[in-house]
Design a protein around this ligand. Structure first.
Ligand code: G1P
Length: 293
């Protein structure tokens, strides 16, 4: 059973400067909720109650966000602002969020290696803190991945097909399909050129990893960008175990990327209770009048 989730939130948001100069990219709001809260909710909805966040310099507001603000709660209670109160009390009481500090930003693999003491000797889920992955079914995306783990008890990676011009931005896998969505993976390469890429199936921000990943990370030397890459560590595991990929039933929104951020804000705004009708009307008018601008 998967009991723990690790959410790395330690990377610089260089693709989103200047907004991320002094605030974490994971705190960028989509409509009214910080990105990382969507990620935490995904883990909670999948049944996980123990969450470890890997943070670093400039990321303290994440810690504050997930702590209680009793003074603000008291004010909202006094003013009978129930909806607002609910909005800041979203975590069930039995959920524990822990933090570990990464001194140097040395890649996703290095960030994950900071989870070793907390995770111990059990498999765990990984959800990248700057990416919302929206599910098209009732099961959250990480639950889809955990269910494949339950069946095979091996590494499972969320996969999403990307356009050829984007393969060089992702970890790309090669392998054979074993059913409509599940793949047995035999190759992985971090940010390949199009000609090196074994497919267009990209690792999509969610993983289930066994504790052996920590030994593999110890053996991993700096890869793409001179950083310790998680993809390279998983490839080490390929030598003596099977790795599965699951083509998610959903869509990934990479909030650290300006264009994706805007598109996600529009999509989520259109579905957001308070504002959806007015926003939809405004958007329709905007698009209708586009030619006149
Ligand atoms: C990371 C991983 C990459 C993966 C991507 C999206 O890259 O290294 O393998 O495909 O996340 O999940 P980053 O976007 O942090 O450069």
């Amino acid at each position: 059973m998967i009991r723990k989730a690790v959410i790395p939130a330690a990377g610089y948001g260089t693709r989103f400067l200047p907004a991320t100069k002094s605030q974490p990219k994971e705190m960028l709001p989509v409509v009214d909720t910080p990105t990382i809260e969507y990620v935490v909710r995904e883990a909670i909805d999948a049944g996980i109650r123990d969450i470890l966040m890997i943070i670093g310099r400039g990321k303290r507001s994440i810690e504050e966000h997930f702590g209680r603000n009793v003074e603000l709660e008291d004010q909202l209670i006094a003013k009978q602002k129930t909806a607002e109160l609910e909005s800041i009390r979203t975590l069930p009481d039995d959920v524990r969020i822990h933090f570990v500090w990464q001194n140097e930003q040395n890649g996703l693999g290095d960030a994950i290696s900071h989870a070793r003491d907390h995770v111990g000797n059990e498999p765990f889920a990984v959800l990248l803190g700057d990416t919302i992955v929206e599910s098209f079914e009732e099961r959250p995306i990480i639950r889809q991945i955990m269910d494949v783990y339950q069946e095979h008890q091996e590494v499972v990676l969320a996969l999403e097909e990307v356009d050829p011009q984007h393969v060089s931005s992702y970890g790309i896998v090669g392998g054979e399909p074993i059913d409509e969505r599940t793949w047995r993976i035999d190759r992985m390469i971090e940010k390949p050129t199009l000609s090196e890429a074994p497919s267009r199936l990209a690792v999509a921000s969610r993983y289930v990893l066994p504790p052996e990943i920590f030994q593999a990370l110890d053996m991993t030397t700096p890869g793409k960008g001179g950083e310790i890459q998680l993809t390279d560590a998983i490839r080490i595991l390929l030598a003596d175990r099977s790795i599965y990929g699951y083509r998610i039933n959903g869509v990934r929104h990479d909030i650290g990327n300006k264009l994706d951020f805007l598109k996600t804000s529009v999509l989520f705004g259109l579905k957001h209770g308070d504002i959806s009708d007015e926003f939809r009307g405004w958007l329709v008018d905007l698009v209708a009048g586009w030619g006149e601008r």
